[in-house]
Design a protein around this ligand. Structure first.
Ligand code: PGA
Length: 239
């Protein structure tokens, strides 16, 4: 099974940066892994046109309503219309900086799935919560998936908050342990398998050992995905 390499550009880059990135990707990335790039929404349309057939594109966020008086928001249908196949939901930066709780997240997931988007559902514990990661993740996952009627198009991204943008990566043993826990939890509660990817300071120097873990189905890359050369190195790492 091909592992998934997902780039989260966060609030970075311009349309011309995105087009240069697309050009580099087309020239250098051999297609042995599935790639998804999530640029800011202003670049979705141009970027997705320019990487057709090379990589998939995702939005970084969406509202749970399909249209209406929600100034500044974009709906799942709009993200799809602009070329997104995926959407990130529940990223810790949105939970923390935009007060998104599990209830909002569950509405977003249900509505994105209904619109035909694939959901990259982000969960993770803080450093203080590290020794009770099971209960923290269980709550985030079960409450977040409360309104989803099918998990076929859901991928869970395990991103320990203390590892995001800090250069601190979870140990390989911890990654494996948590991914197994999440897969077991989904099996137990939904009777189905799910892909679980890891995120948090993934870069070319550590991507290979992470991607080689049996229960890691891919990686979600923030900082290192802004540099096309680094992103391609991660895509081309073994595992
Ligand atoms: P990072 O971000 O790779 O810069 O740690 C990961 C993320 O926030 O998805």
């Amino acid at each position: 099974m091909s592992k998934l390499i997902i780039a989260n550009w966060k609030m970075n880059n311009t349309i011309s940066d995105a087009l240069n990135f697309a050009k580099y990707l087309k020239k250098h990335a051999k297609k042995q892994k599935s790639m998804v790039v999530c640029p800011p929404s202003t670049m979705l349309y141009e970027f997705s046109k320019s990487v057709k057939g090379v990589c998939s594109v995702g939005a970084q966020n969406c509202h749970y309503e399909n249209s209406g008086a929600f100034t500044g928001e974009i709906s799942p249908a709009m993200a799809k219309d602009a070329g997104a196949e995926y959407v990130l939901v529940g990223h810790s930066e949105r939970r923390k900086n935009f007060n998104e709780d599990n209830e909002i997240i569950s509405k977003k997931i249900a509505s994105a799935l209904k619109a035909g988007l694939k959901v990259i559902f982000c969960v993770g514990e803080t450093l203080e919560e590290k020794n009770k990661y099971k209960s923290v993740l269980k709550k985030q996952i079960l409450e977040g998936l409360k309104l989803a009627n099918n998990l076929e198009n859901v991928i869970i991204a395990y991103e320990p908050i203390w590892a995001i943008g800090t250069g601190k990566v979870a140990t390989l043993a911890d990654i494996e342990k948590v991914h197994l826990y999440i897969k077991g939890l989904i099996e137990e509660n939904f009777g189905t398998e799910i892909k679980v990817i890891y995120g948090g300071s993934v870069k070319p120097s550590n991507s290979e050992e992470i991607l080689e873990l049996a229960d890691v189905d891919g990686v979600l890359v923030g900082g290192a995905s802004l540099i096309a050369e680094d992103f391609v190195k991660i895509v081309e790492s073994r595992g």
